[in-house]
Ligand binder design. Structure first.
Ligand code: FMN
Length: 451
């Protein structure tokens, strides 16, 4: 992660905070106010380590971390690397070659782990990536899991039923060795958030994203590999036979998630050095939305590209955390395309609750245009798709306990043969005289306001 921090600093995109602040609610309140700005807290009351947050608060910062130029399409690049992962996970070396202090038993009190919101159960590791061995010789599975600190070497991890759950469940009563990665290179951070097929190590995607330059080192007590350029590594065991109360914790929706029984991880080793930077993600922030939304957007894009001939754009709206509401702008060639687009979005991304389909003269990112299209083109009698009792997200507080939800589609597209002049937005025409009158008004307004 250090190279990325240097890059951000060189480009003036990293604010360094010198004031000493506390892990207890204080740092999170600053992260909340500057969500699209990378922040480095140089002095933390409870720890000698520095803390970085909001590192990927905008897609352009993520693109920078992936070494993309401004004009390169981030989503297309990621989709390309996902569809053609590297054959290798990365160059491997042994633990002895790592840059961390060796033989350090775990003491989580040394790390600047945050309590983010007042009613949360305690301190939470929020940017921890769990690396666990896949069956066969397939390498490591990577996934994010929030961790409630229980003691200096124990945490409760929230594990939704995906790949880590599959690995742990198939281990039966045996403990599962894991390593937790905090502060890896950007490509590994992104890859861990992707929802790949089971059995594919996310390192192979990261290695492709990094132009085959990913370097891995072995953990000390297991053959689990972690990126060499990682700030902090914790080694331990995940135990499904021991479950404790986990929560309340504020999640993506910025609401307190329900309290659940979740498994315990016990750590026996901790690797870092004096210069290490602890990384935190503020739940519900723009950074969180980016990494939760991107995997969904990839799936929606893929499904739509097969179903609809031409797509102008897809907007997983920021207010819905890039997760629940989607606006898709399409070029229709068949009268059913609007509803087909809506169905494909819902099928591709289970958290979606609302999909609005608009014609390709509407910019899906301009919400005023989208609402105008609803006002002038949409008829509830024929344009609504309503699905009840479908799979939703456990993050939605309004869904039923088993994450069952209702879904609403609004087809605001016109019939293919609709008379366009009736529905197009009328525009005035600017003559040279009108242009100069406008300039005069603008300059006189400037003079009045002293601009
Ligand atoms: C910042 C962040 C926090 C997350 N927290 C959790 C979590 O606490 N529990 C969980 O099961 N998934 C969490 N996720 C989602 C998973 O990490 C994500 O779905 C991942 O792709 C799963 O990996 P898998 O496909 O290998 O199962 C989080 C994702 C992000 C980006």
């Amino acid at each position: 992660m250090k190279d990325f921090l240097r890059l951000l600093a060189d480009q003036g995109k990293l604010s360094k905070i010198q004031k000493k602040l506390s892990c207890d609610i204080e740092i999170s309140s600053v992260l909340e106010r500057f969500q699209d700005r990378a922040l480095l807290f140089s002095h933390v009351s409870e720890s000698s380590l520095r803390l970085a947050g909001n590192l990927y608060g905008s897609r352009s910062t993520l693109a920078l971390g992936l070494n993309l130029n401004e004009d390169e399409d981030l989503l297309r690049h990621i989709a390309d690397c996902v569809s053609r992962p590297s054959n290798k996970r990365g160059a491997e070396s042994s633990f002895e070659d790592s840059a961390w202090n060796h033989n350090v038993s775990c003491d989580l009190t040394k790390l600047p782990i945050l309590k983010h919101f007042p009613l949360e159960a305690g301190k939470y590791i929020t940017a921890g990536i769990v690396a666990a061995k896949l069956p066969g010789n397939a390498g490591e599975n990577l996934s994010f899991h929030r961790m409630l600190v229980l003691s200096k070497d124990r945490v409760a991890a929230r594990i939704v039923p995906r790949h880590l759950d599959q690995i742990a469940s198939s281990a039966g009563s045996k403990k599962v060795p894991i390593s937790v990665i905090i502060g890896p290179p950007p490509a590994v951070f992104l890859s861990a958030s992707l929802q790949t097929e089971y059995g594919l190590s996310e390192y192979k995607i990261a290695n492709r994203l990094m132009g085959e330059k990913l370097e891995l080192v072995s953990s000390e007590n297991s053959d689990i590999y972690v990126p060499a350029d990682t700030e902090i590594v914790l080694e331990g065991n995940l135990d499904y036979s021991e479950k404790v109360r986990e929560g309340p914790f504020v999640d993506l929706t910025s609401t307190y998630d329900q309290v659940r029984e979740q498994p315990v991880i016990t750590f026996d080793r901790m690797h870092y050095n004096d210069d290490s930077v602890y990384q935190a993600v503020l739940a519900g922030s723009s950074e969180h939305s980016i990494f939760m939304g991107l995997p969904q957007e990839l799936k929606i894009r893929e499904a739509l590209s097969k179903a609809i001939p031409k797509i102008r754009g897809i907007n997983l709206t920021p207010s819905s955390r890039g997760y629940f509401h989607c606006i898709v702008s399409i070029h229709k060639t068949n009268d059913g395309d609007g509803k087909t687009a809506i169905m494909n979005c819902f099928a591709a991304s289970h958290p979606l609750k609302l999909v609005i389909a608009v014609d390709d003269d509407i910019d899906p990112f301009a919400l005023d245009q989208v609402e105008w299209a609803l006002a002038t083109r949409f008829q509830a009698r024929s344009g609504i798709v309503l699905i009840d009792g479908a799979r939703g997200s456990s993050l939605d507080p309004s869904s039923e306990k088993s994450a069952v939800t209702s879904k609403l589609g609004l087809d605001s597209t016109l019939p293919v043969k609709a008379e366009r002049t009736k529905f197009s937005r009328a525009m005035t025409e600017l003559t040279p005289e009108a242009s100069s009158a406008i300039s005069e008004i603008e300059s006189s307004q400037g003079a009045e306001t002293g601009a």
